[in-house]
Ligand binder design. Sequence first.
Ligand SMILES: [Zn+2]
Length: 262
Amino acid sequence: MKKLIVLFLILTIAPSGFAGIVKKTIPDKLVVLTFDDATASQYSVVAPLLKEFGFGATFFVCEFPPNFTDTTKYMNWRQIRELDRMGFEIANHTRSHPAVNKLSAEKFKEQLGYIERKCDSMGIARPTSFAYPGYSLSLPVMNVLQEKGYRFARAGGSRTYEPLIDHPLLIPSWAMNSENRKQIMEAFEEAHDGEIVVLTIHGVPDAEHPWVNTPPELFKEYLQYLSDNGYTVIALRDLSKYIRASRAMKTIIPDLSKKLKN
Ligand SMILES: [Zn+2]
């Protein structure tokens, strides 16, 4: 009898649960661009280029210590607001970029809440996407994100996002740097049959953190390639067009044993 009940559950609830995750067919060649740490070049170089190509993107902002107030290195909040006005997504990367898996729930909520209040005071839409600083992940952190209404959270892992398998608060991504052109070009080829390619990008260029520098010429080459080859390039929040995150959170068990760091 027990076996029959289990079989019944598998045949009824599971398929409908998974079916409900995808609300609209995920097109091939779907790429999500995300930019971390609010570096100055994201305002001066990245945003104008993205506009030129008509691409969407997410900017995961924080007040990166110790030089956030140095506007030669980081965006100020007026510039961040300008990105919002330009139609880009402003999302939460915590106030001061700590390893969030080491924080109490209360401290983590303070880190999240600071960026939410800052956005509110600047007239920027409330963030619904999150990126883990330094890929510091944990179930308690995910629980807070879910409780606070976050829909998508980006990790690492250098693999595609598969909406029927990956939890929406554990979205894998590739990180761009000056040395991994081959890896990034190969990643683009994997965006098909429901698999989505998400990229983590820092400064273009990034003098403050040279290990995650993307030279502007290389960045332009990627954008040109995506444009010439008919890719759809969107912000993380735009995944809501295709994916019911709330359903995915109920259906998919978070698996932290998978590769989720870059
Ligand atoms: Zn970061």
